[in-house]
Design a protein around this ligand. Structure first.
Ligand code: ATP
Ligand code: MG
Length: 137
């Protein structure tokens, strides 16, 4: 079954947006199979974002993701990866459509509230990276 790894980033947790994010995914109708509050170690952040290692913003990104607890989730369902990306909106919140999470709740690319897997393959990879098998229902 298709999985998307969804994560409320530290700014979203600090701003009290966890319920809002979970609510949007629940209302859409996907199935929640993993959920935890977690302080991400630097090594895990680096592995998660390894494809962005060459980018100028990479060190800032690692500092951001490890700056406080994140809420890690796995959502399942047919088409969940693409649908979650639509619910989340564009990377730059100023370009994200109203009605999307980033479009409604954020203004800065470097503080854009939420992560969502960009392909079903990465959904599997990221789920295995962030969750142990026994943590998933
Ligand atoms: P995510 O992977 O977090 O769901 P995304 O797929 O929309 O976001 P990516 O290109 O994978 O975007 O970038 C990962 C994250 O790196 C972005 O969500 C953002 O937090 C940060 N980022 C991307 N581009 C920039 C930038 N130009 N300046 C600062 N941060 C950036
Ligand atoms: Mg991405």
């Amino acid at each position: 079954v298709e999985q998307s790894y969804i994560m409320v980033k530290p700014d979203g947790v600090q701003r009290g947006l966890v319920g809002e994010v979970i609510s949007r995914f629940e209302r859409k109708g996907f199935k929640l199979t993993g959920l935890k509050l977690f302080q991400c170690p630097k090594e895990l952040a680096e592995e998660h974002y390894k494809d962005l290692k060459a980018k100028s913003f990479y060190p800032t990104l690692i500092d951001y993701i490890t700056s406080g607890p994140v809420v890690c989730m796995v959502w399942e369902g047919v088409g969940v990866v693409a649908s979650a990306r639509k619910l989340i909106g564009s990377t730059n919140p100023l370009q994200a459509e109203p009605g999307t999470i980033r479009g409604d709740l954020a203004v800065q690319t470097g503080r854009n509230v939420i992560h969502g897997s960009d392909s079903p393959e990465n959904g599997k990879r990221e789920t295995a990276l962030w969750f142990k098998e026994g943590e998933l229902c």
